[in-house]
Design a protein around this ligand. Structure first.
Ligand code: KIV
Length: 277
């Protein structure tokens, strides 16, 4: 029997049957039609709200490490953590496509182990695609994965999993040699079968060139207005991040302030014996 909306939550093998279900093909067809809207989510509630608002693509990002789990980077995030949060998002059964990050260093093991990580995220956790950081150097691996049926979203420009090597987060593709290398990365990932590319902190004119050169959609973060779509970290765009946010972020709600107000009102009500009545 097919699951309908409202059935007990769980990953449905029939998800692809739902009329509005976004697939990698839907996203590819959106290139040149209208901007693709993506956000991160790490739990069922946020995923439901995002999907109901019309978001096309939900990334269970390894940014869960520094946004929700209290780490100072994405490096400590493990495959177990990714599977745990991906399963929560998949239980929302959103119409948006759900992609999950392959966490730190995992993509540098031999292909069988990376395939096993993807298998866990897709078969057990309910992701519908994976995102992997890295350019031409991992294109052969990505070709093996896409050949095995794993939908891969490439990620170039700033690769946060390289932060210990880079020493800091910075813009990419300002210098001509780096710009040339990133364009070659984009083409290598397209050839390897990626269904989309994430361009992070990529110089906007280079992001435009990449977007105009590849046939797959580009989704930017801190990469200017010329990409085929945009992604922001949900806590940043909702005004829930307690500290400073990157300069490219626009905040579209003040959820953090509302949460604080709500807790303060609760504390006042209990202390004044106004709750429960
Ligand atoms: O993990 C993450 O949130 C990301 C962002 C760059 C979107 O990869």
């Amino acid at each position: 029997m097919r699951q309908k909306k409202g059935d007990a939550p769980g990953f449905s093998v029939y998800a692809m049957d739902r009329a509005m279900k976004t697939t990698t093909l839907t996203l590819r067809k959106l290139k040149g039609q209208r901007p693709i809207v993506a956000t991160t989510a790490y739990d069922v509630i946020t995923a439901r709200y995002a999907a109901e608002a019309g978001v096309d693509l939900i990334l269970v990002g390894d940014s869960v490490g520094d946004t929700l789990l209290g780490f100072d980077s994405t490096i400590p995030v493990t495959l177990d953590m990714m599977a745990h949060h991906t399963a929560a998002v998949a239980r929302a059964r959103p119409e948006a496509l759900v992609a999950a990050d392959v966490p730190f260093a995992e993509a540098h093991f031999e292909c069988e182990r990376v395939l096993a990580a993807c298998q866990r995220l897709l078969q057990q956790a309910g992701a519908e695609a994976v995102k992997i950081e890295g350019g031409a150097r991992i294109a052969p691996l990505i070709a093996r994965l896409t050949g095995a049926g794993v939908p891969v979203w490439g990620h170039i420009g700033l690769e946060p999993q390289q932060v210990r090597v880079l020493g800091r987060y910075r813009k990419f593709g300002v210098e001509p040699a780096e710009a040339e290398r990133l364009l070659a990365d984009a083409l290598a990932l397209e050839r390897a079968g990626c269904f989309a590319l994430l361009l992070e902190m990529t110089e906007p004119n280079l992001a435009r060139t990449i977007t105009e050169t590849v046939k797959i959609p580009t989704i930017g973060i801190g990469a200017g207005p010329h990409c085929d779509g945009q992604i922001l970290v949900c806590t940043d765009l909702l005004g829930l991040t307690p500290g400073p946010v990157p300069s490219f972020v626009q905040t579209f709600a003040a959820v953090g302030a509302e949460v604080k107000k709500g807790f303060a009102a609760y504390v006042r009500a209990v202390r004044a014996r106004k709750f429960p009545q």
